[in-house]
Ligand binder design. Structure first.
Ligand code: ADP
Ligand code: SF4
Length: 690
């Protein structure tokens, strides 16, 4: 199919200094949790995006010197010659598909804790980075850079740039954003210097400018030089000379780089969850840049709609459509638009499981794309599954796991039947996507159902609750059970020890809310699940006009939400909605009128009035159907349990397990063992600094 002509402009080539991007799709630098320690995994992950049509594919942050060290969190490096080979694998994988490879040269300054190298963190004026973010928290405080440190910093960038060119990179970034060192020079709050690098905006910009010049000179102008810059704070600052300090900075740098990559300042606004931010949420901050420079501008905004992308170009906001999360969820997004298959885009849902992987220090995981990070290790391709199967498969349960299992089995060539008890497919998302802000999460269902409906070898049976007899009667060769999990009303004791249940009126679980049970206020939500469900239910109840209090065992609302950038926004949302919250407490009693709470460390008790209690704690998996078929026979079919029924978790876990289950069905010897990546042997090369 040919692409729609209204999308033609997305496929215009764009000149970036000495290089040309073949279209406007630009995978901007983003964390992947992959480092030089797993070069093959990284190369395959990035190479897949080039295969999917992205014109530029970038690394994540890549440290230029041991004085910027994020390890033991994932930390890619270009510290010396020994690092080149690992990066060359990635650039080869990217070039193999006609894309340009970009490297994000990075010095974290006061935001790099140097836990392993034990170098003193560097900063313009000794002001620490006020970290609210997992990997940046430390008790180390930075030293003030002297003139020699500044010269070193510029030299490290130049040396790293030379190595980057040797590794095959086409575009070299200077990174003045997100709290990292050149950014700290830009902001007067961090930069109190009285030398040529502090004071006026012109002086604060000087370091960034010199870094750009040094990187360009180091590669003789052969590589393009990009500037990645955060503009949220600068734009909020008035300036006598321009509309804002951001305008002044961009005007001063307008001819310096070959490309501007413009973004926000904080992870929670830069990589904002869809629950609190729509597509294109950066525009109000970055929209002015193109009016001040003739250089191309790239920016992000969780763009998955080609019409929005065209609008960004037509309205003069961006020249290149940046993608980080959309490129993880669907590496083939550009190819699908080019081939007129935009309805097949696996749209990012904005859940930020991907960013949580980086905070966990592991390779990127994605709710929508279970193959992300598994391209090399397991040989999984996001679009192509070998047609290696015949026979029939019955999948029971039409939630995220059942849909994923059915799709993967169908792609493998099985004749697939998908049975769902309810009248509609979607499982937990049928309801969860109606919680405040979670509408886009239904894309997990839309993508899979959309594909399944187009496949001739798939039959969909909604309204079909199957028991063991029906399953045996159906006579499929293979049966996959994905019947989900249930929330329980079990309580949590102090010291993380489970407690029993409550015998009281008006005690509910999320399933009761899903079923539309009328809730009387005031209502208390007791959350020790600590992911999105408790806070989203509190928001939903408050939106119904009920006086709502949120109680958690943790130190803050939705404690795990710090991993997904949601936590600060949850606190903001609670404040706006008037949701009261209590931390570090457990529920020890409730009689339908009075709720008794205990401080988890002191045991001190407190009572409060509540008519209803919603417990968001544990989920139970398992399947009576599976057990019945296992013990009573499955009519000769192979049997597998998957998704939340196997082990309750986030949707990402259910989708991943289902994908894995479906890949393994009917393999006599089971799936191949995953390959193990390893760093290239470190050569006996001296560090770049004595
Ligand atoms: P997961 O996240 O693992 O996909 P969900 O709870 O979202 O789990 O989905 C499980 C689905 O399985 C639900 O839609 C539920 O209605 C369906 N289901 C449960 N038992 C049966 C059954 N015996 N026959 C058909 N569908 C079932
Ligand atoms: Fe998008 Fe969620 Fe996948 Fe991240 S994990 S790319 S936010 S769908």
């Amino acid at each position: 199919m040919a692409r729609a002509s209204r999308f033609d402009t997305l496929f215009d080539p764009v000149r970036i200094g000495p290089k040309t991007a073949k279209n406007r799709f630009f995978q901007v630098p983003h964390a992947s949790g992959m480092t030089n320690a797993n070069p093959r995994v990284r190369a395959a992950f990035r190479g897949m995006k080039a295969e999917g049509g992205w014109a530029v594919v970038s690394t994540g942050a890549c440290s230029v010197d041991p004085s910027s060290d994020d390890s033991p969190f994932p930390c890619a490096t270009l510290w010396d010659q020994a690092d080149i080979r690992a990066h060359a694998l990635m650039t080869e994988a990217v070039h193999a598909h006609g894309a340009l490879a970009a490297v994000e040269l990075w010095h974290g300054g006061a935001a790099a804790m140097n836990r392993t190298t034990r170098e003193a963190p560097l900063s313009p004026s000794g002001v620490p980075w006020m970290a609210t973010h997992v990997g940046f928290m430390s008790s180390a405080r930075p030293k003030v850079m002297d003139a020699e440190d500044i010269r070193d910093l510029i030299r490290w960038h130049a040396e790293a740039a030379r190595r980057a060119e040797e590794a095959g990179f086409d575009i070299l970034y200077v990174y003045a954003g997100m709290g990292y060192l050149p950014y700290q020079f830009l902001l007067s709050d961090y930069n109190h210097r009285s030398d040529a690098y502090g004071g006026s905006v012109r002086n604060r910009v000087r370091l960034t400018e010199e870094l750009i010049d040094a990187v360009r000179a180091a590669t003789g102008g052969r590589c393009a030089v990009a500037l990645r810059i955060s503009l949220q704070e600068l734009r909020a600052r008035p300036s006598d000379a321009a509309e804002s300090e951001a305008h002044e900075v961009i005007a001063a740098l307008k001819d310096a780089p070959d490309l501007f990559d413009v973004k926000m300042d904080y992870s929670a606004t830069d990589c904002a969850p869809s629950r609190f931010s729509p597509e294109g949420s950066h525009e109000a901050v970055v929209d002015f840049v193109k009016s001040l420079t003739d250089k191309p501008v790239v920016g992000v905004g969780r763009f998955t709609s080609p019409d929005t992308m065209v609008s960004m170009v037509r309205r003069g906001v961006l020249d290149l459509i940046g993608g980080a999360r959309p490129s993880i969820a669907d590496p083939f997004l550009p190819a699908k638009i080019e081939e007129g298959r935009e309805d097949e885009i696996r749209e990012c849902i904005g859940c930020n499981l991907c960013i949580s992987s980086w905070h966990d220090g592991v390779w990127v995981r994605c709710t929508q794309n279970p193959t992300a990070g598994e391209e090399w290790r397991r040989g999984w391709h996001p679009e192509i599954v070998s047609k290696d199967a015949a026979g029939s498969a019955l999948v029971i349960g039409g939630g995220p796991a059942g849909l994923e299992a059915a799709l993967t089995l169908a792609r493998r060539g099985f004749k697939v039947a998908l049975a769902e008890a309810r009248g509609e497919f979607g499982g937990r998302l049928l309801w969860e996507s109606h919680l405040p802000g979670l509408g886009q999460w239904f894309r997990v269902v839309d993508y899979r159902l959309g594909r399944l409906r187009q496949m001739a070898n798939v039959s969909l049976f909604a309204g079909s609750a199957l028991g063991p007899d029906e399953v045996r009667e159906f006579g499929a060769d293979h049966v996959v059970i994905a019947t989900g999990a249930r929330w329980t009303a079990a309580l949590c004791g102090a010291n993380e020890i489970p407690a029993g249940t409550l015998e009281a009126p008006r005690v509910y679980t999320p399933e009761d809310i899903a079923a539309g049970t009328a809730i009387e206020g005031p209502v208390a939500v007791f959350d020790f699940d600590n992911y999105y469900m408790g806070s989203a239910i509190a928001e939903a109840l408050a939106a119904r006009g009920l006086a709502t209090t949120y109680i958690t065992t943790a130190g803050g609302a939705q404690a795990w939400g710090i991993m997904t950038n949601e936590q600060p926004l949850v606190h903001r949302s609670f404040a706006r909605a008037g949701i009261g919250y209590r931390t570090l407490e457990i529920v020890t009693g409730f009689d339908g009128e009075t709720l008794t709470l205990a401080q988890i460390f002191s045991g001190e008790k407190r009572q409060t009035v509540a008519r209803s209690l919603v417990i968001v704690g544990q989920r139970a998996g398992g399947s009576t159907l599976y057990e019945a078929l296992r013990t009573g026979g499955a009519g000769g079919a192979t049997l597998a349990l998957t998704g939340d029924a196997l082990a309750p978790g986030a949707i990402a876990h259910a989708v991943y397990q289902a994908h894995r289950t479906a890949r393994a069905v009917a393999l006599a010897e089971g799936p191949a063992r995953p390959r193990r990546d390893a760093a290239f042997a470190t050569l006996d090369i001296e560090g770049s600094r004595a």
